[in-house]
Ligand binder design. Sequence first.
Ligand SMILES: CC(C)(COP(=O)(O)OP(=O)(O)OC[C@H]1O[C@@H](n2cnc3c(N)ncnc32)[C@H](O)[C@@H]1OP(=O)(O)O)[C@@H](O)C(=O)NCCC(=O)NCCS
Length: 385
Amino acid sequence: MGEKPVINKGLEGIYVAETKLSYIDGENSRLYYVGYSIEDLAKYSTYEEVAFLLYYYRLPTKSEYELFKAVMRESREVPDEVLSIVRNMVRRRAHPMDILRTAVSSLSALDPEIDQRSREADIRKALRILSKAPSIIAAMYRFSRGLDYIEPRNDLDHAANLIYMMHGKKPSEFEAKVLDTIFILHAEHGMNASTFASLVTASTLADIYAAVVSGISALKGPLHGGAAEAAYWQYKEIGSPDNVEAWVKNALDKKRRIMGMGHRVYKSYDPRAKIMKELDREVASKFGGEAAQLYSIATKLEEVALRELSKRGKVTIQPNVDFYTPIAYTALGIPPELFTTIFAASRIVGWTAKVIEYVENNRLIRPLDYYIGELDKKYVPLDQR
Ligand SMILES: CC(C)(COP(=O)(O)OP(=O)(O)OC[C@H]1O[C@@H](n2cnc3c(N)ncnc32)[C@H](O)[C@@H]1OP(=O)(O)O)[C@@H](O)C(=O)NCCC(=O)NCCS
């Protein structure tokens, strides 16, 4: 056992890889994908273009972009075998993240290139998973309401098609842009827990489906992917902007966490939250109703929570991306139980791009643990215990 080593609990502060995919400057509220600021990408780009950027480390030319989008569109169909699995799991009231995980896992059985291990083959497989994930989410939405599955539409972009497959109606340009922005904001984010889970799996040279299934599994937990849904229920619990003052004081006195605030890396305002907040202002004024109500509660909550947290010396706890996404999701008719699945569907590009990057210089991820139990214990046979 030797002298007790330093235990890096939670691997905090440990670098495990080099990357050119994303850079988070947590002190200065900055996020970049391949050197491009998240603000520019959210404003000018699309999720499909961001996916290309993350796989190829550059923006596509017009013809590359069209071809890439066409490949994604052609991969949207989900085989009947997988839709049956989704239908059965919905009937059993399984958690949507478990359904997504199982559906992606079952898709591996139907991928003719499952055993091909080249960068290009991995990108092709990743694109298939990426393109089918929204169809799986829409299927969950439809089946859980006793509705029939709607086939994907090949004349719509990635985000617009998801809204269409859920509601059977082509979304407006603004609605499509709102969801596309959410997809862009969640596409990639450094070495977080689910990305690391994907990398651990991929570092054994397991296939890319296995890596994505690991990512989805890790994202399910409330400390990682589940915060937007928790933020939604928090706003519902608060009920009205008038209740915010009392609610915050009571929550902080009871050491409750404000969902959608605080971040392991951002010690200032999460730039994604800023983008979402601006978008939500427009969403609230265009849609009114529940989205506007949630927006007024969230903005008031931000103001009061920042003031009260700062009184308690906690100035680094500020809104993260999950604070403002519930408003946009609600406006788009996306129910809270599906929020995390949309995060997962967006992040598939980040998980797979990082896995593809990592295995090019692969090193099996194999940390150590320090044994603190006893040794040389006497084995007592079962009938003598
Ligand atoms: C994201 C999160 C896990 C990161 O936390 P972390 O870096 O591990 O910070 P810690 O858990 O060490 O918290 C440090 C202090 O800030 C407080 N704190 C952290 N987040 C808080 C929040 N959202 N509301 C109130 N207090 C919070 C903690 O209670 C702790 O206080 P203490 O020192 O008095 O015990 C945490 O901020 C959190 O739970 N946020 C809410 C869930 C959420 O929005 N998650 C989405 C992340 S994208």
